[in-house]
Design a protein. Sequence first.
Length: 718
Amino acid sequence: MPAQRPSPTRPSAVRSSPERRRLEELVTSAVLDTDAYGAALYLPLPGENALRLDMLIGVQLDFIAPWARVPLSAPTPGGDAIRERRFVWISGTGELSRRYPQSALILPYDFRLAAAPLLSAGVCHGTFLLFWPASHDEHLPDEERERIEELAAEMAGVLHRAVEDGKPLRPLAATRVLPGPGGVPAPGGRSAPLAVAGFLERLPEGCCALGLDARITYISRRAAELLDHGVEELMGALPWEVLPWLDDPVYEDRYRAAVISRQATSFTALRPPDQWLAFQLYPDATGISVLISPAHVEEHLEQPGQPASRPGEPTRVGSIYQLMHLAGALTKATGARQVMELAADHLMPAFGASGFALLIAEGGRLHQAGHRGFPDATLNLFDGTPVSGHAPVARALAQGTPVFLASPEERVRLFPASPPPDQLMHAWVFLPLIASGRPVGTCVLGYEDTHPFPPEERAALTSVSGLLAQALDRAQLYEAKHRLAQGLQRSLLPQSLPPMAGRLDIAARYASATRGMDIGGDFYDLIRLDPVTAGAFIGDVQGHNVTAAALMGQVRTAVHAHASVGAPPDEVLTRANRLVTDLDPGLFTSCLYAHLDLSRHRALLASAGHPPPLLHIPGHGTRVLQVPPGLLLGIDSGARYEVAEVAVPAGSLLVLYTDGLVERPGEDIGLSVSALADRVSALAGLERLDDIADALVRPAEDGAQRADDVALLLLRPC
């Protein structure tokens, strides 16, 4: 279902206040005074951290519809202007693609753009955008910038006075579309229109004129004949409504390119059943002139069973869906390898590339994160290339601009000292990946044939490089944080447990949550008190962060210290509780301590709000041990803990675990513990405790996810 487009209103459709009429005059003046073809006024939405398009002139509302509502947190020219309170100038599609890749995907055409904040008395009342064709100076002239800033100051003054008068201007629910400046009068007096019409009718090509709203304002009889419709039927119509075979995103893209860039474009379309027509579009500030002529297409393009080829069809629209899917998929990438796979999946078919590689900048050199379609020997030439080197793969990153090599001859001409990276590839693209001004890598595309790289394709590829850079930067941060979390977690848990050969078999597991990457607070340990006694404990600190991990380390150390001197279970927990209470971390901790007498086959158990342990006795099944549940550590410094004594015969299995093994959203904890007991019974016959431990921490179903960490300690007296 297509996104809902903002509905326009004409100035006459809404009764304007004097302030709004003044704003309309200023917006119109901005277009006239700066030679811009369009302008947009954005006002803040009350109670929201966002801007809304309030007034528009010279640009079709459909084209700018994705920018109708702009979150201030999103990177856009208008958002940066109001958030950073500065003038923003975009010199063309290349700069837009590098700085605002998502915006460039919406408008992948060559044009200039300025955004000015509306500042008055230290308050920002909105932002103002102006659009120029690609033919405008790449650098904004000083006099035009001064005029824009003057107009922005006047607009801000109008908005500020409205606030002071207690009548602040809010953005309209429907964008107000202003009429554009008048067209150019026909030279030569009253007879000129007839002379022009006669001239056009005598041309062998057909011709028509489109308004900026895309409706046909004039069409010659020859053009109507080529389109196989009457002149009266076509006048005032939208071409794709009266001619269904023109209702194609390819042709709409060509029309949009002409309107936004104000540069000539063309395409070829098939008029059913078999007539190819060539369309040439010539835009200006008042509309578009279109030349229509028969196109001669070779018969081999229409072989039976083969899809019809459209000469001149742009790659931009054919690949837009791949690019949009890629943009969505990259938001979920959590590693450089995943970024590489997603990019290769989408970019190779979208741009017809034969090879793809992703290189990461680390330590001043480029290192491959992965590739597809290239021989390993090719990537070995790239791997280790200095970032400051002269090869095209490094030049793109060093200069921050893409390198397009359309043929082997162009490669030799631009990089004569650089050996060909791959004899199979004849065209190359090297895209710099730069995030927040920092180089993060290079993306490489290779083509088996020469490739011309038309402007629209270059713009799309440059936009993609911005998306890839942001995704790769996020993925690298994720991986670094994940490695740090895992390293810290491992350092806080025991590297090994003391052996008690002939007395006690032991297996322990720690499994991090399968979603998220924060540091957990689960812990366990085993203390060999003497040849026939041992202390085992397990616990869980509330939370998943560095504070929880630090507290976990302190609690584990405290329990270990008190247990090592032979303190009974209740005293071990009492002393640990006082420590946590004194630290006052704002977090609570559950803990279960078991004192094992392996000569008498007895165990003394004490619990501080921890899930109950399980005991499996061969031939008698698995039962949940009833241990008095004392208060969690850290709640009450005066809490006392009771001790339960149980028999643990030789060959039995004592299971200590944290709640991550049994807690599931929406499930009763008692039923979950009973289900765990059933699983222990089913697995207890396995000879190796390690096999039992692996099976217990493995998700019950393929693809299942754990929302919490799991710690598990299995003890089998001999």
